[in-house]
Write a protein that binds this ligand. Structure first.
Ligand SMILES: [Zn+2]
Length: 428
């Protein structure tokens, strides 16, 4: 691949005759054999996008060509809006999740996170939500800001600092000599007062939103999934209210929650998404549909763990994934809205487009998967009307893939071109 970072951003056009866009910004037409209109789920052929500066100016089968415009013919590929992953961990890498906080310094982890951000962007992900640094505090704020200032390549980021958890809860360092004071991967909050204090501290540190562990640790007893809750509905309501005090859509609370009663408490409290969502009661599904609360299935990480497991564990993990897939079908039928989040980090960054393939395999139609990823993803991140579609006035976050994802979703794993904010980062 060829890194053309900043190639367009600094390009100058002497006498631009395009009305919109920053003064002096170069106009570019992206031309491809096809383009997907994600909102309608239809292919436009050929597909063209006129970009000026960081914005899209026009979209269609044939767009105007202002004087001096550069036409980039990408050939037999499909143009799509930039991919969105609403559940990533830039600070995690394969094989290091549990003891990473103990073994790796925060500076070391920041460098790893910067590399992860680049890998995700090169794979076509132009916007992401980081669901907790897992022990690196608000170091994700530094990564987000370095990306935004153009210092390092990466997606547009929503970040949460550490996740929030109970003492002895899902993400605490349990099973070590207490005298060694092994740190939790999350920030402790054990009461309404604690939750409000931690949220205020994290927002002061630069967090965009709040991630709370609401269930765990899970166990399967006689094939039945047990998901102990962490916070009561009253506690979660206080957290949601505090988040709402300082931010709007995209700045609320999202939960790691695999089942009842925790998922129900979270939905009643008004969280923005329920991540993992293995099993939801009828009442919870109904409420999610009514309130527009997204379920984020995170199939890709479970699939990775199925593959990594030894002979004995494999069958058990496969059965769990099959159980989740069956529940996912019930959620589809109930009209639960979905967003696409892979939980990448414990598996290699840059490979998470697979999440979309798996959602398709487990029953969601390709057009619905793309809508969940781009349109719902943009909404969940608080960037509705700015990203997630190829439309005039939107940020020029555009990718090209080999093949047609409406016919074969695995096309999203074959990204050959990446533009973010009008800057080309990849052109094979
Ligand atoms: Zn996660």
């Amino acid at each position: 691949m060829k890194n053309l970072l900043a190639g367009l951003a600094v390009g100058l056009l002497g006498a631009s005759c395009v009305a919109q866009g920053p003064v002096g910004a170069k106009a570019v037409v992206l031309h491809a054999a096809r383009m997907v209109d994600v909102a309608s789920g239809k292919v436009v052929a050929p597909g063209e996008v006129l970009v000026e500066g960081e914005r899209i100016v026009a979209v269609g089968a044939k767009v105007e060509r202002p004087t001096g415009v550069e036409v980039i013919d990408l050939g037999d590929v499909t143009l799509l809006p930039g991919l969105i992953d609403v559940h990533v961990h830039l600070f995690l890498h394969p094989g290091a999740e549990d003891l990473q906080t103990v073994q790796e310094s925060v500076p070391q982890r920041v460098l790893i996170a910067a590399d992860a951000a680049k890998k995700d962007l090169m794979a076509g992900f132009t916007a992401e939500r980081d669901m907790g640094t897992e022990g690196a505090g608000c170091a994700d704020v530094a990564v987000r800001d370095a990306i935004n200032s153009g210092l390092i390549p990466g997606p547009r980021m929503r970040v949460s600092c550490n996740a929030v958890d109970l003492t002895g809860g899902h993400e605490d360092a349990i099973g070590y000599n207490p005298a060694q004071h092994v740190l939790s991967n999350a920030d402790y909050a054990n009461s309404v007062g604690d939750l409000v204090r931690v949220i205020r501290e994290q927002r002061k540190g630069g967090a965009d939103f709040t991630k709370i562990y609401e269930t765990g640790k899970d166990s399967y007893e006689g094939g039945v999934l047990k998901t102990p809750y962490q916070y009561t509905e009253v506690e979660l309501k206080a957290a949601v209210a505090e988040a709402a005090r300082t931010g709007g859509v995209g700045h609320g609370v999202s939960v790691h929650a695999t089942g009842e009663p925790g998922t129900g408490y979270a939905v009643a409290a008004g969280v923005e998404s329920v991540d993992h969502a293995y099993v939801l009661s009828e009442a919870t599904m109904k409420a999610m549909r009514a309130k527009g609360i997204f379920a984020v299935p995170t199939f890709a990480i479970s699939e990775y763990f199925v593959e990594q497991a030894g002979a004995e564990g494999k069958a058990k993990r496969r059965a769990q994934q099959d159980f989740h897939a069956a529940e996912f079908k019930k959620q589809m039928t109930a009209g639960v809205p979905f967003a696409v989040g892979s939980d990448v980090g414990p598996f290699p960054h840059g490979t998470q487009a697979r999440e979309m393939v798996l959602m398709g395999r487990y029953g969601l139609q390709a057009a619905e998967v793309l809508r969940a990823d781009m349109i719902h993803g943009a909404k969940l991140l608080g960037w509705e009307g700015k990203i997630g579609e190829l439309k005039a006035g939107y940020f020029a976050d555009v990718v090209a893939v080999k093949g047609n994802p409406l016919e074969d979703l695995s096309a999203v794993e074959r990204v050959v071109f990446v533009m973010k904010g009008g800057v080309i980062y990849r052109k094979d």
